[in-house]
Write a protein that binds this ligand. Structure first.
Ligand code: NAP
Length: 475
């Protein structure tokens, strides 16, 4: 399929910039070069920030419904280009085409939602404590926003930040992951065609993640940085942003527990487990990392899960029927190998899988009776491995679920109404899926607690992240 949306230049101030150097974007399924993209520098980044800063007052002061109309036009163009966008995403990230198509719907839904929310940045009136006073609040755009996004959702991680920022009246400089810049540039192309004024949305591609990241975190023309990626990089950006006291939103790593209680519907739990674990080959921040299964149901769940995992079809995401694609790179494969070896060394039982295949592929794997000290329990595995841990009492399961510095997503299965409320309230996570393995959508707040980050994306709260609440006191 020829793809007219593949662009190799960065997008700054409404212009396409080639730069003096380029870097290759590789298809992780075939290791072939897809395109060679502009490798811009810190100096280029600074120019992009200057343009975003100059464009900010005009964009901020535009009537909300006009901003809304432009964002809605962007949404329509993204949906019209659904097939081409999904194709690019599968080429550069390796995820199965069916998942890429769903990601276009999911990512675009944030654009549509925030186009609507642009018109609803309401303030409030407050009963005054003193006669003659009138108190009220208004919401105003924060200013220039920098955004840094990862490769695992090349489209949605961008729209979840850029759409609310633009809706609020902020201008944006985005640096996408160097593994997946093509989807970001295709989004820029559609924004350009939608008629956004120059400088309002800028995409800077470049290999110098540290240097450009530092500029985006420290430049004093930027008022807010929004980052999705690893906790380690998020921590560093937060430290750098502290120098100019920027607002910070961080969507970081997770270590999601998936509890299956004795009173759960096993078939439903297995179905939820497959969705919660194998989407994007286990490379999502909300991927299940630890299956905590109550003793009475452990063997039955392990057996049914293993049967389902054995049926998964692994291959190139562009091939028909493929459900599990490659991992993103060799580092990803090495991490999965190390986690599986460590779990087996600590006495886990291998129920299926357990081997790397050629290229960046890894067999869907199930491990039972894993030691809680194993690496799979401590770190994000980011691969197609189900690690099953056993617990006896409800309190023990909850304690195991919370025994991590992360707190992004958690899931549990139970048919007991009282237990559902009890457990949902005690789990330490920003998001809890109850009898479901899939919970993210544009209308609900997405985000983590503990070292999984701060701030929320999506929902009515997503717009607040890009506004300042100003208080006015009239007398
Ligand atoms: P990563 O290494 O932190 O990379 C994320 C982004 O940061 C990429 O654009 C990367 O650029 C850039 N980057 C790398 N080093 C940097 C530095 N020193 N300064 C500034 N920017 C830097 O994360 P990853 O391993 O690619 O992505 C997976 C992680 O993201 C996982 O931990 C996952 O859980 C998390 N994630 C979280 C959410 C959420 O919503 N909570 C969603 C998706 C993913 P390059 O690609 O060019 O290195």
């Amino acid at each position: 399929m020829s793809n007219t949306l593949i662009t190799d230049k960065s997008y700054i101030n409404g212009k396409w910039i080639k730069g003096t150097q380029s870097f290759d974007v590789i298809n992780p399924a075939t290791h072939k070069v897809i395109a060679s993209v502009a490798d811009l520098t810190v100096a280029d980044c600074r120019k992009a920030i200057d343009h975003a800063y100059a464009a900010w007052p005009g964009w901020r002061d535009l009537e909300a419904f006009k901003r809304s109309n432009l964002i809605m036009e962007w949404f329509r163009r993204i949906m019209d280009a659904k097939n081409e966008l999904a194709h690019i995403m599968t080429l550069e990230s390796g995820k199965p085409l069916a998942e890429s198509l769903k990601e276009v719907d999911y990512g675009a839904s944030f654009v549509e939602w925030f186009a609507e929310e642009a018109k609803r940045a309401y303030g409030e009136t407050i009963p005054a404590p003193k006669m003659g006073q009138r108190l009220l609040t208004i919401r105003q755009a924060v200013g220039v926003v920098s955004a840094i996004t990862p490769w695992n959702f090349p489209l949605a991680m961008i729209t979840r930040k850029v759409a609310p920022a633009l809706a609020a009246g902020c201008t944006v400089v985005l640096r996408p992951a160097s593994q997946t810049p093509l989807t970001a540039l295709a989004l820029a192309l559609m924004a350009h065609q939608s008629g956004f004024p120059p400088g309002v949305f800028n995409v800077i591609t470049g290999k110098d993640s540290k240097g450009i990241g530092q500029e985006l975190a420290t430049n004093d023309k930027i008022r807010k940085i929004s980052f999705t990626g690893s906790t380690e990089v998020g921590r560093s950006l937060m430290q750098q942003a502290a120098g100019t006291i920027k607002k910070v939103s961080l969507e970081l790593g997770g270590n999601a527990p998936f509890l299956v209680f004795d009173d759960a519907d096993i078939d439903a739990a297995v179905k939820g487990a497959i969705i919660g674990k194998f989407r994007n080959s286990g490379q999502t921040c909300v991927s299940v990392n630890r299956f905590l299964v109550q003793d009475g149901i452990f063997d039955a769940f392990a057996k049914k899960l293993t049967t389902a995992v054995k049926k998964l079809n692994v291959g190139n995401g562009l091939d028909d029927g493929v459900q599990v694609g490659p991992l993103i790179n060799q580092d990803g494969v090495d991490k999965v190998k190390a986690h599986v070896t460590d779990a087996l060394d600590r006495g886990a039982k291998l129920l299926t899988g357990g081997k790397a295949k050629s290229g960046f592929f890894y067999q869907p794997t199930v491990l039972a009776d894993v030691d809680v000290k194993a690496l799979v329990a401590q770190e994000e595995t980011f691969g197609p491995v189900c690690a099953l841990f056993r617990f006896k009492k409800e309190e023990e399961g909850i304690a195991m679920a919370n025994d991590t510095e992360f707190g992004l997503a958690a899931y549990f299965y139970s048919n007991g109404v009282n237990r559902c409320w009890r457990v949902a309230e005690q789990i330490e996570a920003g998001m809890v899926g109850i009898n479901t393995g899939l919970l993210s959508n544009a209308v609900a707040p997405f985000g983590g607690i503990k070292q999984s980050g701060m701030g929320r994306e999506g929902s009515k709260h997503g717009l607040d992240e890009y506004t300042e609440l100003k208080y006015l006191c009239f007398e």
